[in-house]
Structures are given as C-alpha cells and as structure tokens.
Design a binder for this molecule. Structure first.
Ligand code: GAL
Length: 376
C-alpha cells in the first residue's frame, strides 16, 4: 500500500519543493524536501518535512540536524508550532542557543575541558568558562549532516574525524527521525568508532506547548520519573552525588507547574538560574522507559518523553532573554521554552561512578528517544 502523500507535502511547501518517492508506508509518512539556505562555504542546507496522516508535521534542517518546527494539535484540533527555532539559516548561524539541534559528541558539560581514557589524557576546547559544552565550539550542531529518506523517516549521517574537537577516534554517527501515526517523534541514534572514545548524543529542542513565542512555560505542569538528580557546582558540573529530590524544588515525581518553585531560595536553582540539571531516571528493568510528561493547561497539549537513556537534562530556557526573534518574528523571552535532553549524565568521562559513556571499536552506541504528542 503506497500511502505516500507527496502531493500534500508538496502543496504545503513553497516553490522549489521536491517530493521524494518511495517513502515508508508503515507510518503513512510523507517526506518532502526544499532548500533552506547556503552555508558561508557554499554547502547547501535542506529542510525535510515529515508529515503523518494525522497532520502532525516535523521539519528538520540538515544544518545541525535541527528540528526546525513541530506542528501538533491541541485539545480542539488546532495545530500550533510547539518548537522554538528560526525561519532561515541565518538565525541558526548567529545564535548559540542550540534550538532543536543534534548535540555531540558529548551532550552537556565535560569539566575542565578534558578527560582521561585508558590512561591517555585528552584536552578539549573550552567553550563554557573552563568547561566543554555540547561537544565544543564546533560540535555536531554546527555541521551540515548528510540526509537520506529511509523507510519511516529521515536518516542523517555525519563522520566526525579522529581528533574532532579533541575527541579520539573516527566516529560514524547516524540519527534517524521518524514520525509515527501516534503523533510520536522518534529519534534513534547510533554510532561506531575506530578508537576508544566517549559519546553522549542528544537533541536540544526547546518546547512551548502553548506555541513557540507564546510567552513563558511557567504554567506547564511537569512530571519527571526520577527520584534523584545530579547536583552541580557553580560551573554546572555535577559534584558526583546522586541526591534524592524528595523535599526539594527538584521533586517532579508528581506533576507540578514549572513556575511553582523555580524562584525559591535554593543553591542549586541559583547555580542553574532555574532548572538546568540532570535527573537520574527511574529505570526499573532498563530499556525504553517513560522519563517525563508535560501538560499545558490552556491548549491541553501533552508531551510524553520516553527513552533508553539513564538521564534527562531538564532546562527551562533560563538563558533566553528576549533578544532573540524567532519564527514569524516572535520574541523568545526568559523561560520561553523548556528542553528535555535525554542523555548520560554530564561529565561522566570524569565521574567513574556514573554510567559509562565509553565506546570501543566493535561496539555500537545505540539509544532511542520518543517525544509523544497528544491533547486532553
Ligand atoms: C543546556 C545546558 C544549559 C545551556 C543550554 C544552552 O543543555 O544545560 O546550561 O548551556 O543548554 O543555552
């Protein structure tokens, strides 16, 4: 059964759009592509639109493999774009907010911009005070990924050379984005290496379930399936402790408004300027488990996050300051979006007690995260 909706996808895109043939029918997914801009070095950047039969649409650009837009219905069926981003490539080239981007080789921070692996010390470029953030200044978010349509979605690949941003080993990375008919955006990450290295891949989408640019997210109610979190020092590097959330503003085991306690006097909130921490997910028997559920009361939109990862960086857009004008010229103010970055814990390469982020030749790194949208 060929459920390819190429014509629909084409109609929705501006001039220059090309519908791809042979897209997956498993999820009744339509995939189309159009140009999104040109890099300063002349490389072309494309925008791929993944659209399911319920009208959920996800746009991904090949620059940074970034999710540029997510259109999801509210409780009355009204569709809004719930992901922060830019209308053009320039916006992405001139900000360091990582809107929607794929992050690598190492999501979040590595303390003192270095680590030792198998007795050898590696020095990384520091781009966040003395630390390395999100893989360094030229992380995977700054690369143009190679794109190919695959059954059920879009495959993005990147070859990160031995020594790229200081990390050892040639890393072959593959990320597959899929949109299912259950309104799930599934992200599947795989990587292999030819030398021992460390890897921690994630996606840095900022969500606002009321619609991107529609004010702050403080009314959103968040549940995190985590009894502990990893407290940090003033540079946002974990101290190594796994601290119970009970009795702290970090307890989201029951759905609680983001804004309910965010400005309380608390050293950890002070360090993060709000929530900007890694929660230790309750994994039970491991595998794919529910990490989070977020509910926005006005629209009724719900976002569930499921993942194979042991951690979740819940970041409440504390560094957004209203100076950024995103899609449709809308302003993204402080706490105008929240991120649910599924990951291994920050600074794991320097924290032997944390789950390991090492990858050896012959092994395959493989993680999966699902962002499921619904409304009630
Ligand atoms: C988050 C990180 C924040 C901030 C943000 C990007 O993942 O935890 O501290 O760097 O990315 O602005």
């Amino acid at each position: 059964m060929n459920r390819f909706l190429g014509a629909v996808g084409l109609a929705a895109l501006s001039t220059g759009a090309v519908a791809l043939s042979g897209s997956a029918d498993a999820a009744s997914l339509s995939v189309s592509v159009k140009p999104f801009g040109t890099m300063p070095d002349g490389q072309a950047v494309q925008l791929y639109r993944l659209e399911n039969s319920n009208g959920m649409e996800v746009d991904v650009i090949t620059y940074g493999g970034a999710i540029q837009s997510i259109k999801a219905p509210d409780k009355d069926g009204r569709v809004a774009d719930v992901a922060l981003g830019f209308d053009n490539l320039d916006g992405y080239l001139h900000t360091d907010t990582y809107f929607g981007a794929l992050i690598g080789r190492y999501g979040n921070r590595i303390g003192h911009a270095g680590f030792t692996l198998e007795g050898k010390a590696y020095k990384l470029p520091a781009n966040d005070a003395a630390n390395t953030l999100h893989g360094g200044p030229q992380g995977f978010d700054k690369h143009v990924w190679k794109a190919a349509e695959v059954p059920g979605g879009l495959e993005l690949t990147l070859v990160s050379k031995d020594g790229d941003e200081g990390f050892p080993g040639t890393l072959n990375v593959k990320v597959v984005y899929t949109v299912t008919d259950k309104n799930e955006l599934k992200i599947d990450y795989t990587a292999t290496t030819d030398k021992p290295t460390v890897v921690n891949l994630t996606n840095h989408s900022y969500f606002n379930l009321a619609g991107a640019g529609e004010g702050d997210v403080l009314q959103h109610q968040v549940m995190l399936n985590a009894d502990r979190f990893t407290p940090v020092d003033s540079g946002l590097i974990p101290t190594g402790e796994l601290k119970p959330v009970k009795g702290t503003p970090f307890d989201f085991t029951k759905a609680t408004a983001i804004g309910a306690r965010i400005d309380q006097k608390d050293e950890q909130l002070n360090f993060g300027k709000g929530y900007d921490h890694n929660w230790v997910l309750n994994k039970g028997n491991g595998g794919m488990t529910k990490a989070a559920e977020v509910y926005e009361p006005n629209s009724g939109r719900v976002l569930e996050v499921l993942t194979t990862e042991p951690g979740l960086q819940f970041y409440t857009g504390n560094f957004l300051d209203g100076s950024i004008h995103g899609k449709g010229g809308k302003t993204y103010g402080r706490r105008g979006g929240f991120c649910m970055e599924t990951q291994h814990y920050p600074d794991s390469p320097n924290k032997p007690s944390f789950p390991s982020t090492e990858l050896k030749p012959g092994q395959t790194y493989h993680t999966t995260t699902v962002y499921r949208f619904s409304a009630r």
